[in-house]
Design a protein around this ligand. Structure first.
Ligand SMILES: *Cc1c(COP(=O)(O)O)cnc(C)c1O
Length: 388
């Protein structure tokens, strides 16, 4: 099963025992990352072996943290389609445009990847109750796997969250607390429950395994593209878990001998109303300053301060990538263009990737013969209120 060896802090490098329950690094308060025995993996695991496995993210199980297969909580997460968007490509004058459609995951967003893996590992380590402050997709995904695990899920949502998200969590059997305030207030209330009742906090990058679930997007991209990575990956970035995860996956795959040293240029997309990573990237900062008065219709991008900011910025710089912010109004227009050319009803975050693509094309930053991937991170169905 898992070839995980230990956890290592992404900033100070301190190592921890992976078979204990951890949140952030006890030395410096930054995210802990899972490390694996990739030398052994290189000997025992081949690309051909993987190709014959099930169509979900557990096909990469040696490179995931769950030690005993009985603890795997699977609703079919991962192995989403990589669509060659030919009609969209014609509309925007570009041949090699692809959409990785994460809206087809359980609970209709890619949050299912991270929480599927994190909750499986929480179950394995004996967690009885989990907690998350969330205004959307992360909550639904957590509740789905909590229910499957028989773990009590506590969700703290701001009052202005669309009713569908509350309904989803309740239907999935979680304890939902609607907090009179902003997501930051939800964080405060959730923290009290963590402190007083010992609930395990599964906020992104505040525990080591959601990123492991999301890194499988990098493995899948490579496998679905016959082990030739694209030139450009455009990723709608909130906490950055998927972007950091894919960047980690590429390193692991090179050590496994599955890909060479070439890397895609990673692009972060945020909203003009909340763009802390874009600002920090262009100012050449190592850490991002929290964004004041964050406001955007794209819930997944409303993250004023990301715990993994330095890891996002590192990946952008190392990959020779960039960061772009786009207006909310353009996201919906772009979503409609994807909808009427490709038949995919994307979330606003997915629309944002197309807007960023068009911007980078007009600047000549993406060449005619290159290959670009847009990440549609969730289904538009959950955001239908924005089209009403
Ligand atoms: C959470 C979320 C994002 C941001 O994901 P990160 O990996 O945390 O940056 C983007 N889009 C949607 C739909 C989301 O739910």
């Amino acid at each position: 099963m898992s070839l995980m060896t230990h956890l290592e802090c992404g900033l100070c490098g301190t190592e921890q025992d992976a078979d204990r329950l951890w949140n952030l690094c006890p030395e410096c308060g930054k995210p802990l990352l899972a490390r694996y025995d990739l030398e052994t993996a290189r000997l025992v695991l081949t690309r051909e072996e993987i190709a014959n496995r099930g169509a979900n993210l557990w096909r990469y199980r040696e490179l995931l943290p769950v030690r005993d297969a009985r603890h795997i909580l699977c609703l079919g997460e991962g192995w989403t389609p990589l669509v060659h968007a030919e009609r969209l490509g014609q509309a925007v004058g570009f041949d090699h445009l692809y959409i990785k459609d994460e809206g087809l995951n359980p609970t209709a967003s890619f949050k299912a990847r991270g929480l599927g893996v994190a909750m499986s590992r929480a179950l394995e380590l004996g967690v009885k109750a989990v907690s998350i402050p969330s205004a959307g997709n992360a909550a639904g995904a957590m509740c789905a796997y909590a229910s499957l695990a028989g773990i009590v899920g506590h969700v703290f949502m701001p009052q202005d969250v669309p009713p569908l998200f509350v309904a989803e969590c309740r239907a999935l059997g979680a304890e939902v607390t609607v907090v009179d305030g902003l997501i930051t207030d939800c964080g405060r209330v959730a923290a009290e429950g963590v402190r007083d009742f010992g609930r395990f906090d599964v906020s992104t990058l505040k525990e080591p395994y959601r990123i492991e679930g999301k890194k499988t997007m990098g493995y899948e991209l490579a496998e679905q593209m016959e082990w030739m990575l694209p030139d450009v990956i455009i990723y709608p970035t909130g906490g950055g878990t998927g972007l950091i995860g894919m960047w980690k996956a590429f390193d692991e795959m090179e050590q496994l001998g599955w890909i060479g040293p070439e890397r895609p240029r990673m692009v972060t997309v945020q909203s003009d109303g909340c763009a802390p990573m874009v600002r920090a990237f262009h100012e050449g900062q190592e850490f991002a300053t929290p964004w004041q008065g964050a406001k955007t219709i794209a819930d997944g991008l409303r993250v004023p301060a990301a715990v993994g900011d330095f890891l996002i910025l590192r990946a952008l710089h190392e990959s020779k990538g960039t960061a772009v912010s786009v207006p909310d109004s353009d996201m919906l227009e772009a979503a409609n263009l994807i909808g009427r050319t490709q038949g995919i009803f994307v979330c606003p975050e997915g629309g944002a990737t197309l807007t960023a693509f068009q911007h980078l094309r007009s600047q000549g930053w993406i060449g005619d013969d290159e290959t670009a991937i847009l990440f549609n991170t969730g289904s538009g169905l959950k955001y239908a209120h924005l089209w009403a």
